[in-house]
Design a protein around this ligand. Sequence first.
Ligand code: ZN
Length: 283
Amino acid sequence: MKRALFYVSICMLATACASVPVAGASVPAATVPATTVPATTASAAIAAQMPSAGLDTEAPMLPSPPAGYLMAGTEWSLPYYLLEGGAPGPTVVILGGTHGYEVAGWLAAGELLGYRPSRGRVFVLPRVNYRGVEARDRFVPGDTDLNRCYPGKPDGSPAERIAYAVFSFIEDQGASMVIDLHESIDFYSTNESKLGQTIILYPNDMAGWNALEAMESINQDLADPLEQFSLLQGPIQGSTAWAAGSILGIQAFTLETCLRLPLEKRVSHHVRLAKMLAESAGD
Ligand SMILES: [Zn+2]
């Protein structure tokens, strides 16, 4: 059944992107950079052209205390939370706020702090680029794009040190899956240079099946074709998902909602997909 679904789904993906085999079928490659704003990293331009982005949304206080901090004792101290399932199982790491102006990603990661996985452990780092979230900035303020710095450097720039801390955490916890929550300014289905409403996976058979199942499930409830998700592979080099997939060999996903949709919908899409993928880890 899974295999049949996969072929049907892939056939529905009209794309000019190159394809490579995943899980016995082919998934289009994400050949475009996962950038969301071409001209500036600041939020002003995107806020002006796209009010639906929700950049004036307040970032809620995070619960205290967290399970711990990465880079503890430094100005980049980064809280993480642990959600424990009711039975032994795999470890999943969910990241929000890698890009500070992608509001639905960090809001969804905050909502996920109330999620109780059925088994295993889920670590949530709700605002990886914490200062970028505060400034609603894509970049680590004063530095560069965190999602091009993985696996990072222990003695590098702030973005490289954050990447190194997050990557080391994923490795040290023995995670079998990483999910990073992002947004894009346009729908991939009508503009293949953007990634809105996509699930991007690092090529891996199990990740392919799990992403397909999650995509089919959510798309069944999305009547508007624009809102429906497409499946792509090949997260951009230097991204969290790229490093987790290529270096650690684990299931790795970048989820991208589209800023043109209402914020509430984008948050719910992230929460639902992240939960479905997390529940499939290790399967
Ligand atoms: Zn992003």
